[in-house]
Structure formats: structure tokens, C-alpha cells
Design a protein around this ligand. Structure first.
Ligand code: SF4
Length: 432
């Protein structure tokens, strides 16, 4: 009987890939079968996120639930970014946790599993050249790490403290992994890093310096690659060569995540984002000129310490100017080990909520305007999911969610469609 694994993954795509790596590492020792029922599991892994306080608070109530559910002899491991910054405190607070494995120590899973109360959270540990086993949760879409860690010091962000300094993964390892993924049926390659367009500045071996633009070109030359996506690029590194390659390379999906964070140059400065409102608008305008049908998504934080009403208005102005197709918006969440936690002029909770509500209302308004113009547009969709309502759903080149009437033979196919109904998030279309 193979052992059973229950794994819960919180947070970003990098965490999803870490969870896939953990499953592959376990399978190197002995086969594990995935279960959705924690009470059946021999091993329960909670892969955590620390980007905001709420998920950290939720962690201990979650662990309490697993303690109650787990079967005799089963183990509980806490992994990911909260593991990195809380470390042994997790076991002190929840003594039934068997081990703690930090975000940058995934390759040590087998060791942690067999070492009672192991705490492996070294954020300088270098896995950039480690050959993880093969496991993919989605056979059609392959997540591929191109770097680990982050060299930026955005003052609100805990990631550099949980994932360490930035190291690029050697290009030949990335190309080999990409070829293996395509050979095993992946239609879409999703390149991952905290700052993908900062790729190639530092390797831990004597690899030659390179650039993300070059890497994109090389990946797109792999035989059988249909689509390339990537996250997350930094607006600071969106130089003309990068935008040129993005616009001219037809393997690269025309959706760009451009994390703005704030539309106020003063707040961007306090966040240490390294760019101004003007630079961001310049890049977004250039991108829309070069790729008229591009979809731009973004991240925005409201109520950063010291954010005046004028600063907030500047963020709304950028939204009206760029007309983002998708916005992930949050209230500022003070994070330990970050510079912003010591900044004066915190914004009251009620005012922070008021600003977030106002921003999201404007976003809905802008999305409705964009949706109204979308009906009749033609898109190319990779169908990935059979829905219970007789529809099959997938993502367009622009990353929009689109569903059509159909059945399972559409799964895994790339098809042209025409949008018949458009919404803020999802769209309905007909096959062409
Ligand atoms: S670029 Fe900034 S926001 Fe992004 S992971 Fe690095 S420090 Fe965090």
C-alpha cells in the first residue's frame, strides 16, 4: 500500500511549484498517493504564505484542525514562507508539528521527514542547481522556476526575508526542464521568479551573465512549445528590448503582470520600488502601443503608511489611465522584518477599508467598460477544465477565462473562439 499525502498550498505560483517539487522529492524515496482527506494521510504538509498577516494567523487554527483529524502515526510538516520566518516558534506554539521546512530548503524534505522536530530554514541555502524530481499537478501547464529569492528591498515585503537573495538558475537547466515538460505533453510553459526580468545577473556557478529577453528567445525556440507565460516581472526592468521581444515573439502570451503597488511617486519612493508614476505610465503606454490587445494585470496596496488622499487619488488616476484588465488589491499589512513596519503615519483601519472599497468600485466600473467592448473579439483558448454546467473552460492568450459549450474532447486543445458574453472575470464564447 503506498503512503498517502495530503498537501495544502497557500499563496503564489512559486509555492505551487514548491509543492510539486515536494511531491517529486517524496516520490524519489517511495511512492505517495495524493489524498484530499487529511484523516487518511500518512503525511500532512501545509505549504504556507506570509505576504500578509491574515494567512499567518489562520495557520495555527488550521494546524489545530489537522491535529484533530490526523490518523495514528501520521506526520505534520509546515513548509513555505511562514516556516522560513517563524521557524522553531511553530513547534513551540504547536508541539504536535513534526518538522518545519523553509521556502528555500525544499530539497531537504526527506531529511526533515526522518529527523524528529527538524527545523530547516536557512535562507542562504542554494537550490538553484538542484535537480528536483519530476511532478506536475497540471499536465498541460508546466511551472518552471528561473530564479530563487529576491534582491529587491521593497519596504512592505517579507519575501527577501523568507526566500533569501536572488540567484538565477542556469539557462541550460531551464531549457532542459522546459524540453522535458514539452515532451511530456505541456502546452504552456510558465516561467517563475520573484523578478523574472532581472534574470541572469547572478548565478551560483560560473554561468555567463544573461538576460530574461535572451532566455525568452531560447525557450521559444524549443521544439513543441506552444505558449509561454511568466510571472512576476518588475516594472523597473521593463526595458525596450524586453518589450520588443514580448511584442514580436508569437509564442509569448500577450498578458503582462505589471505590479504597480501605488500610483504616487512619493509612496513608490517610500516603498523603495525604484520607479516613478511617470516611468510606470511610460512603460504601460509603450506596451499598449506595441501590443494593442495586451492584457495588463497589476497589484495595488492601499493605505501604505503616510499615504495622503492625494497619493491615493494618484493611484486611482493611474487605474483610469492604464485601464488594467485585472487588479489584485489589498490594504497594507505590516510584516515583520520589513522596513515599513517602523514607518510613522499609519492609516486607520476604517480609512484603509474605505479606500480599498473605493478602489475596487472604480475597478468594477472600468472592468464593465472593457467588458462591453469585448463582445465579438476573437481569442485563442487552451481548454483545461470540464465544468459541471456543460461548458469547457480555459484561458485565452491574454489570460482571460473563457468557456464554451462542449465536452471533454476539447480538453488540452488550443482553439479559436468568438466572445458572445463578456464579464468582469469570465467570458462565454462560441467555437469558430
Ligand atoms: S520585488 Fe519587492 S515585492 Fe516583489 S518579492 Fe521582491 S521585495 Fe517583494
Amino acid at each position: 500500500m503506498s503512503k498517502k499525502l495530503f498537501i495544502e498550498t497557500f499563496g503564489c505560483a512559486m509555492n505551487t511549484r514548491d509543492s510539486e517539487h515536494m511531491i517529486a522529492e517524496l516520490n524519489k524515496e517511495e511512492p505517495y498517493e495524493l489524498t484530499m482527506d487529511a484523516s487518511q494521510a500518512d503525511l500532512i504538509l501545509v505549504n504556507t504564505c506570509s505576504v500578509r498577516e491574515k494567512p499567518v494567523q489562520k495557520l495555527f487554527s488550521e494546524l489545530g484542525q489537522y491535529k484533530k483529524q490526523k490518523k495514528e502515526g501520521a506526520k505534520i510538516g509546515v513548509t513555505g514562507c511562514t516556516a522560513s520566518h517563524l521557524g522553531a516558534q511553530i513547534i513551540q506554539k504547536a508541539p504536535y508539528v513534526d518538522f518545519v521546512l523553509g521556502a528555500r530548503n525544499v530539497s531537504k524534505l526527506a531529511h526533515a521527514l526522518h529527523t524528529p522536530k527538524a527545523v530547516e530554514i536557512d535562507i542562504d541555502y542554494d537550490e538553484s542547481q538542484y535537480a528536483f524530481g519530476e511532478y506536475r499537478s497540471n499536465p498541460l501547464k508546466a511551472y518552471i522556476n528561473i530564479s530563487i529569492g529576491c534582491d529587491k528591498q521593497c519596504t512592505f515585503c517579507i519575501v527577501p526575508h523568507t526566500r533569501g537573495d536572488e540567484i538565477s538558475i542556469p539557462q541550460e537547466l531551464i531549457l532542459r526542464e522546459a524540453q522535458r515538460a514539452v515532451d511530456s505533453g505541456a502546452k504552456e510553459l510558465f516561467l517563475l521568479g520573484q523578478n523574472v526580468n532581472n534574470y541572469g545577473r547572478r548565478f551560483s556557478d560560473n554561468s555567463q551573465k544573461s538576460s530574461f529577453t535572451q532566455l525568452l528567445r531560447e525557450v521559444s525556440r524549443i521544439d513543441g512549445v506552444e505558449r509561454i507565460r511568466f510571472t512576476s516581472p518588475h516594472p523597473l526592468h521593463m526595458d525596450d528590448a524586453f518589450l520588443e521581444e514580448f511584442a514580436s515573439n508569437d509564442k509569448i502570451c500577450k498578458s503582462m503582470h505589471m505590479p504597480l503597488q501605488s500610483g504616487s511617486t512619493a509612496i513608490l519612493h517610500a516603498m523603495k520600488r525604484g520607479y516613478t508614476q511617470e516611468w510606470f505610465l511610460n512603460r504601460a503606454k509603450k506596451l499598449r502601443q506595441m501590443v494593442p490587445n495586451v492584457h495588463i494585470s497589476t497589484d495595488i496596496i492601499v493605505a501604505f503608511p503616510g499615504e495622503s488622499l492625494e497619493d491615493f487619488e494618484a493611484t486611482l488616476d493611474v487605474m483610469r489611465e492604464v485601464q488594467f484588465e485585472q487588479i489584485f488589491s489589498f490594504k497594507y499589512s505590516p510584516r515583520p522584518h520589513t522596513a515599513a513596519i517602523h514607518l510613522p503615519n499609519a492609516i486607520e483601519e476604517a480609512e484603509a477599508s474605505r479606500r480599498l472599497t473605493q478602489l475596487q468600485a472604480l475597478n468594477d466600473e472600468l472592468l464593465d467598460t472593457l467588458a462591453a467592448k469585448r463582445v465579438g473579439n476573437r481569442e485563442r483558448v487552451l481548454f483545461e477544465e470540464l465544468k459541471s454546467d456543460g461548458y469547457v473552460q480555459g484561458r485565452a492568450d491574454s489570460n482571460m477565462l473563457i468557456k464554451v459549450k462542449g465536452s471533454e474532447e476539447l480538453l488540452g486543445t488550443l482553439r479559436d473562439v468568438e466572445i458572445t458574453q463578456a464579464g468582469r472575470v469570465g467570458n462565454v464564447a462560441k467555437l469558430l
